[in-house]
Write a protein that binds this ligand. Structure first.
Ligand SMILES: Cc1cc2nc3c(=O)[nH]c(=O)nc-3n(C[C@H](O)[C@H](O)[C@H](O)COP(=O)(O)OP(=O)(O)OC[C@H]3O[C@@H](n4cnc5c(N)ncnc54)[C@H](O)[C@@H]3O)c2cc1C
Length: 493
């Protein structure tokens, strides 16, 4: 019997394990994957974290090595807590659980500090992805400006190193399949796991679930997200099958959140069915606000400039899935090609280039007549104004549907460049209900379930319809730390 068992070994679970260990609890981490495949979706991420900050001084605390030269070159602006709260409310159409949003926003900055100061996580500004050079300065935008050094891989490795330093045992190849409960009280007393050769029952004073969503489970995603989702590619781990969501519901946990919702983005058309650890997140194609998106008929179907990229990318994957063959094409010209993110410069990209729109259509397999007509109508609809990619610049179209509301430069500077994408499913929004202050799982009567805590993608209630970039890792860390603290206190009481 151990004090605290943590199921899963992504960012959320390992933050819980570290927090529980700080209380002196004996902690055991059970990871379904083998060691070589460990780390869940966290490994595949860009490592971007969203948290409120009041200005450069808050950032300097996290990155004390920022040089004077760097400081002169950058403008991080500020991202006050009310702005983060309102972004989370806005993108979720007001549906995000207010108590969870408050707990997240109130604890986010303190948690990234904790990760650095107590557990040695190094942070760096997101120069390549979240800053544009405007008037000689690199201006950061969009509320997510910080990433873990080494991206998702660096974050995952750093967390495993911290876990090792803390003396926490991690057992690999352990698939949680059920929860043990006390026959008299119903309290959760441990986890049932399946290994390659046996079934084991592991007893614990408290259990923290951090085993991800159900995005890799074809049956569950078709059942809950809807028809067509079986065809989506999975951006990350193949191990998140919803096992522990089902196990918790089986012993009385309450399901919560947007079960038919998911985070899904534009992802290379020829990417493999699940994530490739060498490529990581680079199959994503997130620079579409700088260009146009069309389907195979050459028709536009979303407002590419509706908002800053961080607030539209996670819902546009669903729109791509609705298009013929589930395919879409992002088109750029020489005005913006140099500004495209790093992911447009990998070898594993499905791309085309041409001096003419017809030629580009042919290269990418788009209906040429349709595309020529769309681009002509779009170019004619572009209004004059100043282009500034670091803010909502209001440079818009008039008289076309859908409009392009910002960054609407005409597509008229050849050679043209285009990429072919499909839907890349990141994670699912539905999950378990927790008490926001303790991360304790609630039962179907809203009562805390003794001995059971949860964090990360298997928790519902925070994300609905859409998502603000960098919130997944941040919320996993905040609620993971909360869950670890509470689980240790329970186990050691
Ligand atoms: C390509 C990509 C890029 C992303 N970029 C970002 C980003 O920059 N910023 C951001 O905030 N979010 C990002 N995300 C979302 C991000 O994945 C999550 O926010 C975060 O990593 C989720 O952490 P987690 O610990 O909940 O889940 P995971 O990291 O997926 O961890 C779940 C763990 O549970 C294990 N597991 C699953 N089932 C079982 C079982 N039955 N028994 C035992 N273990 C089990 C898995 O193996 C895994 O170790 C990205 C996701 C992807 C796929």
């Amino acid at each position: 019997m151990v004090d605290v068992v943590v199921v899963g070994a992504g960012n959320a679970a390992l933050c819980a394990a570290l927090a529980a260990r700080e209380h002196g609890a004996e902690v055991l981490v059970l990871e379904k994957a083998d060691r070589s495949d460990r780390g869940g979706n966290t490994f595949f991420t860009g490592g971007g974290f969203r948290f409120p900050y009041t200005g450069i001084d808050d950032i300097k605390v996290l990155m004390p090595d920022l040089s004077e030269q760097e400081l002169e070159r950058i403008d991080v602006g500020s991202y006050p807590a009310p702005a983060m709260r309102s972004d989370l409310k806005r993108v979720t159409e007001g549906a995000a659980d207010p108590a969870m949003v408050d707990h997240l926003v109130n604890n986010a900055y303190d948690t990234v500090r904790w990760m650095r100061e107590v557990h040695g996580q190094h942070w760096v500004l997101m120069y390549g992805r979240q800053a544009y050079e405007v008037d000689g300065k690199l201006r950061f935008w969009g509320g997510m400006i910080t990433e873990a050094v080494g991206g998702g891989e660096g974050l995952s490795d750093g967390l495993f190193q911290a876990v090792e330093r803390a003396g926490i045992e991690v057992r690999y190849g352990m698939r949680g399949t059920g929860l043990l409960t006390d026959e008299q009280t119903g309290a959760v007393t441990g986890v049932q796991v399946r290994t390659e050769t046996s079934i084991e029952r592991i007893e614990a004073g408290a259990v923290v679930l951090g085993a991800g969503g159900f995005e890799s489970n074809i049956e569950m995603r078709t059942r809950y997200l809807g028809a067509g989702w079986e065809f989506a590619k999975v951006r990350g781990t193949r191990h998140n099958m919803g096992d522990m969501i089902k196990a918790a519901i089986d012993v009385g946990a309450q399901s919560y959140g947007h079960w038919s919702g998911a985070h899904a983005v534009a992802w290379d058309l020829n990417a493999p069915p699940t994530g490739n650890r060498r490529i990581g997140d680079l199959y994503q194609k997130h620079s579409y606000p700088l260009g146009l998106i069309v389907n195979i008929d050459g028709e536009r179907f979303v407002d590419e400039g509706a908002d800053l990229r961080n607030y539209t990318y996670a819902k546009y994957g669903r729109e791509i899935l609705k298009q013929p063959l589930g395919a879409a094409f992002q088109l750029f010209d020489q005005q913006t090609v140099a500004m495209l993110r790093d992911e447009y410069r990998i070898r594993e990209i499905t791309k085309g280039e041409s001096d003419t729109i017809e030629g580009l259509a042919e290269e990418l397999g788009i209906d040429a007549a349709g595309l020529v007509e769309t681009v002509a109508a779009y170019n004619a609809a572009c209004q004059p104004g100043d282009f500034n990619p670091a803010v909502l610049d209001g440079l818009h179209t008039e008289g076309i549907e859908p409009p392009k509301s910002n960054w609407a430069l005409p597509l008229n500077q050849p050679p043209y460049f285009g990429v072919a994408v499909t839907t890349g499913l990141t994670f699912t929004f539905g999950g378990l209900r927790i008490d926001a202050k303790t991360a304790q799982v609630l039962d179907t009567d809203d009562r805390p379930m003794a001995g059971l805590y949860a964090t990360g993608e298997l928790v519902g209630g925070l994300f609905y319809h859409n998502y603000a970039g960098g919130t997944g890792l941040m919320s996993g860390a905040v609620f993971g730390r909360t869950a670890g603290n509470a689980a240790a206190q329970t186990a050691l009481a």
